[in-house]
Design a protein around this ligand. Structure first.
Ligand code: SAH
Length: 263
């Protein structure tokens, strides 16, 4: 799917693409008044997922997520399709959920916070758009789907083969042509797609792997959890400017560990 005219990531067009994909995805595109989602009722969600998702978006806005495009993306991606059937009724609560192999999907407010930080990269503040973004830790693929609505290309790396395969299955019906799934060790980044306007990690190590900063474009931003002294994780933001790297440490967070190698 090509970007919308003017180089914008093209959210509406992509939702159009979703509509072509599956009944469930079509429901996501159809808007709050649609009854199509009831017909789709994927994975036993006994509620109108569009309405439930809109309530989640309202709560995110009340909690301070101010960027309209982030709210729109969160409102468009069917989170319930990314979790196991038994957890579907919790899909739109602000809670992290198990996604298998000891990993978790971050709670929606954390996804929104991370993505919003990423979209405030220096190159975007200078009037541009986010081009290529690297995500470390595909997990179930949910955040990659959110990012696909907001940036031009998403490269997402997962080290667990089974998780990577499952994410591929979950994303397939959504037909997001700008999401590239890679099985690999994200601690090495993904050189083939570099440089990136944004890098976002869903797993936290003791320090930032050097490859991430090297693969960040000038004007780009890296957002990742990093463990500080005492092992408490905090969100770190690194902006790459023409003069060098500018680090900020933000609030405490709790992400799964960043591990090396493929398993
Ligand atoms: N963004 C994900 C969250 C996944 S949890 C989602 O929306 O579901 C974090 C993921 O990071 C886990 O799947 C874990 O296996 C993965 N991970 C940890 N270390 C990694 C590494 N070095 N490279 C790639 N993935 C890694």
């Amino acid at each position: 799917m090509s970007p919308a005219p003017g180089g914008r990531p093209g959210f509406p067009a992509r939702l159009g693409g979703l509509a072509k994909g599956s009944a469930a995805a079509g429901a996501a595109a159809a808007g709050p008044r649609s009854t199509a989602v009831r017909a789709a009722a994927p994975q036993g969600l006994g509620l109108d997922s569009v309405a439930v998702r809109q309530r989640m978006v309202q709560r995110l806005a009340q909690a301070g997520v101010a960027q309209a495009e982030v709210l729109r993306a969160m409102g468009g991606v069917p989170r319930h399709l990314f979790v196991d059937t038994a957890l579907v009724t919790q899909a739109y609560e602000d809670t992290s959920l198990p996604i298998g192999w000891g990993q978790t999907i971050s709670k929606p407010s954390v996804v929104a916070r991370m993505v919003q930080l990423l979209l405030q990269a220096p190159c975007v503040q200078a009037g541009g758009q986010l081009g290529r973004v690297l995500e470390i830790g595909t997990g179930c693929g949910y955040q990659a789907a959110v990012l696909s609505c907001l940036v031009r290309e998403v490269y997402t790396v997962e080290r667990l083969r089974a998780m990577h395969e499952r994410a591929r299955e979950r994303l397939r019906p959504l037909r997001l042509a700008n999401v590239h799934l890679i099985l690999g060790d994200g601690m090495l980044g993904y050189a083939a797609g570099a440089p990136y306007a944004g890098i976002i990690s869903a797993a936290g190590g003791e320090q930032l792997p050097p490859a991430w900063q090297e693969q960040l474009a000038v004007g780009g931003r890296l957002v990742a959890p990093v463990a500080g002294s005492g092992g408490v994780q905090a969100l770190q933001v690194v902006d790459r400017t023409a003069q060098g790297y500018v680090h900020s440490v933000l609030e405490a967070v709790h992400f799964v560990p960043l591990k090396s190698g493929i398993a």
